[in-house]
Structures are given as C-alpha cells and as structure tokens.
Design a protein. Structure first.
Length: 238
C-alpha cells in the first residue's frame, strides 16, 4: 500500500514582494488673483518716470563743468604770478562764484597777488592786481616787532598804521638833552603791505610798511635804533 506523503504547501507567490504605497502629487492651493487697480499702476509708472528724470538732471549737472584757474602753490601778497603758481581744473561752478576761467589764464600772468593765495583754491579776479602794492612816491620799510609789540588784531594788507618814534631811555632827545623827552611825539603814517608769521624761537613778526619816500629813511633809522613802535589806525580813519 503506497503511502501518500502529505505535503504542506505554502501559498505560491507570483511576482515581486509588495511595496509600500507612495502618495500621489499634492495639488497646490488655489490662489485667487488680486484685482489690479488702474490708479496704482499709473502712480507706479509716474514714480518710475520721475526718478528717471531726476537721475537725468543729476547727470546733466555733473556733466556741466567749467574749466577754471586754480592755485597750485603758496603765493605771498605782492608776488608776481607765474605759470608755476597756477593750474587748471574743471569744476561744477555755482553762478555766484567768481573765478578766472581757464581760457583767461594768460591774462593774470605777470599780475600781483592782492592777497595771500593758498594751494587748492580757485583764483578770483579780485585776488590779483596789476598795480604794485608800493605806489609811486612810496618806500617799503621792514619793521620787526617783538612778541609784546605785535597787535592782537591781525595785520592785513592795506591796513593804515602810525609809526611812532619812542626814544630809547638815556638816548639824546631832539634838542640834544639825553634824559629830556621830546615835547611832541613824532609820528609817521604808513600802510601795511605784508606781515610775516611769528619766527620760531624768537616770535618776531616782520611787517612791511609802505610810507612816503621822504619818511622812509627816517622810519628806517628809528627802526635801527630800536625807537620805533607801530600803532594801528581805526578802520576808515575813525
């Protein structure tokens, strides 16, 4: 009698093992379109146009430059201007600013500085003169002032001064008596042409004073004897 083997059969599987389910694509949320207002669009266009116009105006202003004459090195009062003292530059010039144009540079060469000129500044027509600061019939007398003799008020070209004779103690007076002061203080009139800065160490300031040709030698003698003092006149002679 044949024995029938009982098989315990596993359920047959056909195909690959089952995989995890993958979620499908998510639909994006609907965004409702905003209504565009014609007024807002018009305002935006106007602002863009205005900004462009402003930039254009700025570019035109920057491009509108004027060639002018500049000072390239220190020039003292009364000094004759040369080509080495001056240069040229193109700047955006305000109409209220008076400056010598670059085309007129040759017209100022050979003239004198009416004021002290500093490097980097624009040259103004009022800063130069064709006249000598020492006029015909005048002489220039250099006067050295000690620190205690220098006025607190700044000495500027054109300022009127008095040259006062102050005899040294023990020196002979006008009538020959050594200790007898002059009955009347003698003075001479003058005009400041230039004043130097205080010398290092001594503090002495040298002032160039223009005075009449007749008074120049006398003022120089007073200065040599240490008997001269400088006194400022009031503005406009008042």
């Amino acid at each position: 009698m044949s024995k029938t083997k009982e098989r315990t059969s596993m359920p047959a599987t056909s195909g690959p093992p089952s995989q995890l389910q993958v979620a499908g694509p998510v639909a994006p949320p609907r965004v409702s379109a905003r209504r565009r207002r014609p007024g807002v669009i018009a305002l935006s266009l106007a602002l863009i146009a205005g900004g462009g116009a402003g930039v254009a105006v700025l570019l035109l202003q920057v491009g509108d430059r004027t060639p002018v004459v500049t000072v390239v090195r220190n020039v003292q009062v009364g000094q004759v201007l040369t080509e080495q003292d001056l240069g040229k530059a193109s700047v955006a010039l305000d109409p209220a600013v008076k400056a010598v144009r670059a085309d007129d540079l040759k017209s100022v060469l050979g003239k004198r500085a009416a004021v002290e000129l500093k490097p980097g500044s624009l040259l103004s027509p009022a800063q130069v003169t064709k006249d000598s600061l020492v006029k015909p019939g005048e002489q220039l007398v250099p006067i050295g002032l000690k620190p205690d003799q220098v006025p607190a008020t700044a000495l500027v070209p054109g300022q009127k001064v008095q040259l006062v004779h102050v005899p040294v103690q023990g020196a002979a007076s006008a009538d020959g008596d050594a200790d007898k002061p002059d009955r009347a203080q003698e003075t001479l009139t003058g005009r400041v042409v230039k004043a130097s800065k205080a010398a290092p160490g001594t503090g002495i300031v040298v002032v160039d004073v223009a005075t009449s040709a007749a008074d120049g030698p006398k003022a120089a003698a007073w200065m040599s004897a240490g008997a001269l003092r400088l006194v400022l006149d009031a503005p406009d002679g008042r």
